[in-house]
Design a protein around this ligand. Structure first.
Ligand SMILES: [Mg+2]
Length: 310
């Protein structure tokens, strides 16, 4: 089993970035030695701080699928097509940050855009609500660039210009993001799973947890997708087979759903079933149970723009 998870608004609360309420599930995951792969718009530095705080040494996917990082000598795995970056094995998928900045230097003034590279750590902290040290980590980018634009009406023109340079634009909760056309959270999840399966020579059951439309490519790749509601209790308008709706927003909903999945999985294992065929019924009943148990959290469904962590 591998658990893939988004951070902001999923494992971490949207407002205070806390994962305190997910500690019981995190403890179980660690005790069972289940890989917890963070898949986020955050940077390598930011994820390393969070993993360090949690006492985890696991692979992770940064900057919306820009790169996959594995700790060196992780479970004795052979990681093909990887390069060493800061003592980690990296499979780069996105456009190097320098190329995105070159594009911005050329077209930035024409469109009045400002990226993290143009902002001080203090400004990033003020705009994101992150503490100053974490704002510095958020500024240390390798594959993507969050930015603001003075006249939002001009974003369509900018989009066209960027595409010609192989860069796409996504809209986050707080910023627009320049992302290389090769960046894809779903592709990164698929590749990470393949590394596990090649090295362990067995199929892995995958779980994915996310709260936004930008998590959809990740949720599509996993066997058990979990949708975490927004802080107001509304869910992103996503429909997928086996989709479980977490009963609460942020770390609380993350915790309860992961504990439920692990308990159900344990029951299935104890009965000596393999996870296929009829077992699907088990997951579906779990999904229905969660939803009927949390009617107040289900309505209204609010369709939101493509929201990433920031
Ligand atoms: Mg999120």
């Amino acid at each position: 089993m591998i658990i893939f998870t988004d951070l902001d608004g999923s494992l971490l609360n949207h407002s205070d970035y806390s994962y305190y309420e997910a500690l019981p599930a995190l403890k179980k995951i660690r005790a069972a030695d289940i890989p917890l792969v963070m898949c986020t718009s955050k940077t390598r530095n930011e994820v390393e701080v969070i993993l360090g705080k949690m006492g985890l040494k696991e692979p992770f996917i940064v900057e919306n699928g820009g790169g996959i990082f594995f700790p060196k000598n992780y479970r004795g795995f052979r990681i093909e097509k990887s390069i060493i970056i800061h003592d980690l094995k990296c499979i780069p998928l996105g456009m190097p940050y320098g190329m995105i900045r070159t594009f911005m230097d050329r077209f930035g003034p024409r469109f009045s855009i400002r990226g993290f590279g143009d902002m001080t750590e203090k400004e990033i902290a003020a705009r994101t609500g992150l503490p100053l040290n974490m704002a510095a980590h958020a500024k240390a980018r390798e594959f993507t660039e969050p930015f603001t634009i003075e006249h939002e009406g001009r974003i369509r023109f900018l989009e066209k210009t960027a595409l010609e340079a192989g860069i796409k634009i996504t809209r986050g909760g707080r910023f627009f993001h320049f992302i290389g056309c090769g960046n894809d959270k779903g592709e990164a999840v698929k590749l990470t799973k393949a590394v596990f399966e090649r090295n362990k020579r067995k199929q892995e059951l995958t779980i994915g947890l996310g709260d936004s439309l930008n998590d959809l490519p990740m949720l599509k790749q996993v066997d058990i997708p979990v949708l975490i509601p927004h802080p107001d209790g509304s869910y992103e308008d996503i429909s997928l087979p086996n989709l479980i709706h977490a009963p609460f927003p942020g770390s609380k909903g993350w915790n309860e759903t992961v504990l439920n999945i692990l308990a159900t999985f344990k029951r299935i294992e104890e009965r000596g079933w393999k996870f296929s065929g009829n077992d699907r019924i088990e997951w579906k009943s779990l999904s229905r149970g969660r939803r009927t148990g949390s009617k107040s959290m289900r309505a209204p469904l609010a369709k939101k723009a493509n929201v990433s962590g920031m």
